[in-house]
Design a binder for this molecule. Structure first.
Ligand code: MN
Ligand code: MN
Length: 296
């Protein structure tokens, strides 16, 4: 049988092409885990949907003037997760990220739900985390679970310190959480502030907060975007920022201190592919922004 009509399934590789681990700057992996989803589960299907879309969109980045094909990214595939065992999944994420960082590469994680970010932060250690999210995710526990997606930044705060957690795009909360955020002086910008003040001003504010950080980790919960831009998420929330708002702010703050990033909470069953497409675009642009700042 002739093999000439058979190719590797390119849609299973992020970006649609393979790069060896040894020559890579970025190492991407998926975490198809959504066990603590409280409203709409389905982010376990996020990594596959994002990969497939990423392999089918154009690769030139107008923002950075470079092509994603110039980015040396290796796709590890998906982490074997234990559904229902959040602690074990977090531990596996931590070990994966630790290995990637040890080989002096930049981890890029596809979610999955937001609690997996805790594993990445533990693997990176001593970083400042900027969380783009409609939610603070600062509950002490949610539905009796301290390792819920709704608690991820509370756990991060306990491990990294109050000054090392910043929330951008917030607009959904409840009284106790807001009081906790204000009482502890946690840095945040609401989506309304971004829309009214503009992304330049919010970018400048963020840069000031990050001025003394040696390492910056970026986590993008897709629900930071307005449901018009990202309807396929577990907890949609109106009055969000646009995709361009988000990328404009990222463009302001990304520099060579970015040690890793993730894009989480894409639940592709709730839309026609828009959210996975937008997640792919965000990853393309973030890779190009980071690659540009570490090379030049
Ligand atoms: Mn979140
Ligand atoms: Mn959220």
């Amino acid at each position: 049988m002739s093999g000439s009509f058979y190719v590797d399934d390119f849609s299973k590789q992020f970006g649609g092409f393979k790069r060896e681990y040894s020559e890579s700057e970025f190492v991407l992996f998926g975490v198809p885990f959504d066990s603590t989803s409280s409203f709409r589960p389905g982010s376990r299907f996020g990594p596959a949907a994002i990969r497939e879309t990423s392999a089918n969109i154009e690769t030139w980045s107008w923002r950075t003037g470079m092509d994603f094909e110039e980015v040396r990214l290796h796709d590890l595939g998906d982490l074997a997760v234990v559904h229902g065992d959040t602690a074990e999944t977090i531990r596996r994420v931590k070990e994966t990220v630790e290995d990637i960082v040890m080989s002096r590469k930049i981890p890029v994680m596809l979610g999955g739900e937001h609690i997996i970010t805790l594993g990445a932060l533990r693997g990176i250690r001593d970083t400042t985390v900027v969380s783009f999210d409609a939610h603070f995710d600062m509950r002490d526990e949610y539905l009796t679970n301290k390792l819920s997606h709704a608690c991820v930044m509370r756990r991060a705060l306990e491990e990294l310190g109050v000054g090392n957690v910043v929330i951008v795009g917030a607009r959904a909360s409840y009284k106790d959480e807001i009081e906790f955020v204000k009482r502890n002086g946690i840095n945040y910008a609401s989506s309304q502030q971004i829309i009214r003040a503009g992304t330049k001003e919010v970018g400048a504010w963020l840069k000031e907060i990050l001025a003394n950080s040696n390492k910056v980790y970026i986590t993008v919960d897709m629900d930071v975007l307005d449901p018009a831009y990202a309807p396929g998420v577990g907890n949609p929330e109106p009055e969000g920022v646009s995709t361009s708002n988000l990328l404009d702010i990222l463009e302001e703050i990304v520099d060579d201190r970015v040690v890793g990033f993730d894009v989480v909470e894409t639940a592709p069953v709730y839309d026609n592919g828009t959210t996975a497409l937008t997640a792919s675009k965000i990853i393309y642009e973030l890779c190009c922004m980071v690659a540009k700042s570490i090379r030049f």
